[in-house]
Design a protein around this ligand. Structure first.
Ligand code: SF4
Length: 333
């Protein structure tokens, strides 16, 4: 299967993004030269173990980076209205960026308290987003708020809209935040481990809603997760990250069914399959290196069962194969 990337389908392009974190005068390369495209109405899953740089990549797009982090170089371009308008997100800050955030590009965070303000009611926070980004009148905003809470499976939405975040359980806060992120029908929705704290029934409801948003509004979704099962069910393309770099990227079917990069192969082998003896599951030996201890050459080489001499010295470039792009010396250009 050949990766089709017609330019007019690309809504977001990230090129050679480098985001570093500075701690005690040391530069840690959290995101180190990452490139990918996101397509209109499609889901790109970004996977990898904790610390691989997936959340920092998402925060770089939103320009909501933690303290001590800085985008060093690269390009993040939002192609608004089918390429008619090209917005370089790294040239935007302050109000122009705030105008895009929440309307065109929205994010669902892992921790709902990152997005919810404890001193305002849940309903007023969803309405504030609608007030800032739409021309709805008061009644329509109230109706939309109730509708979104109801869609998220929050019981008695009229009543709960008047409550404060501390009156909601953790799972309900997560759903309220998702309601807020989806309320303006964003063109791009970034979901960073959106359902980690939720039970499977609510998880399924939320993925169904995201799917609906994608189909009805042609929303592009960037789904960040460590759960390959969720990726298999919801994503169209998948990008595998390791130690701040892209290891492999391609159509979900190709990457999941025929993984090529030894790290992707390891991830796939560690997922339980129907009827498989769990004792037969393979784990990738070792762990993701700390940011200040990333080895020379291919960062995966200390854990790789196919390591060669050159892997220890040189970083493999990303090369284009017929069905995926991959950074590994096993696949010479
Ligand atoms: Fe393994 Fe070498 Fe490929 Fe890295 S470049 S994944 S060490 S074979």
């Amino acid at each position: 299967m050949i990766i089709m990337e017609k330019n007019n389908e690309i809504i977001l392009s990230v090129k050679d993004l480098k985001t570093y974190i500075y701690v005690n005068n040391r530069c840690n390369r959290a995101v180190d030269g990452v490139s990918f495209n996101v397509h209109k109405g499609k889901t790109l899953g970004i996977v990898g173990e904790s610390g691989c740089g997936k959340s920092i990549t998402a925060s770089s797009i939103m320009q909501l980076l933690p303290k001590l982090s800085r985008i060093e170089s690269g390009e993040i371009v939002y192609h608004k209205d089918d390429e008619a308008i090209r917005i370089d997100l790294l040239e935007r800050n302050g109000k122009p960026m705030r105008d895009l955030r929440g309307a065109d590009i929205s994010m669902i965070f892992q921790d709902p308290m990152t997005a919810l303000n404890p001193v305002y009611t849940i309903g007023s926070q969803i309405k504030e987003n609608l007030l800032y980004h739409t021309s709805m009148d008061k009644k329509s905003m109230t109706n939309k708020t109730i509708e979104m809470l109801e869609k998220m499976g929050i019981p008695l939405p009229h009543q709960r809209a008047e409550e404060y975040p501390h009156q909601f359980s953790g799972g309900m806060r997560q759903r309220a935040m998702i309601a807020m992120a989806m309320s303006c029908n964003p063109k791009i929705l970034i979901a960073d481990e959106p359902t980690t704290a939720l039970d499977v029934t609510i998880q399924a409801q939320i993925f169904e809603l995201m799917q609906k948003l994608k189909e009805e509004h042609q929303t592009a979704i960037i789904l960040i997760t460590h759960d390959m099962g969720v990726i298999a069910e919801t994503a169209d393309r998948v990008a595998v990250m390791y130690a701040g770099k892209m290891a492999e990227i391609g159509n979900v079917y190709d990457v999941i069914k025929k993984p090529k990069h030894p790290y992707t192969v390891g991830l796939m082998n560690s997922i339980p399959k129907m009827g498989q003896d769990t004792e037969a599951l393979m784990q990738i030996e070792g762990s993701m290196p700390r940011l200040n201890e990333i080895p020379q050459g291919c960062a995966f080489h200390p854990r790789c069962n196919q390591v060669m001499e050159q892997c220890k010295k040189m970083v493999p470039p990303m090369i284009e194969l017929e069905d995926s792009n991959i950074a590994c010396w096993l696949y010479p250009s």
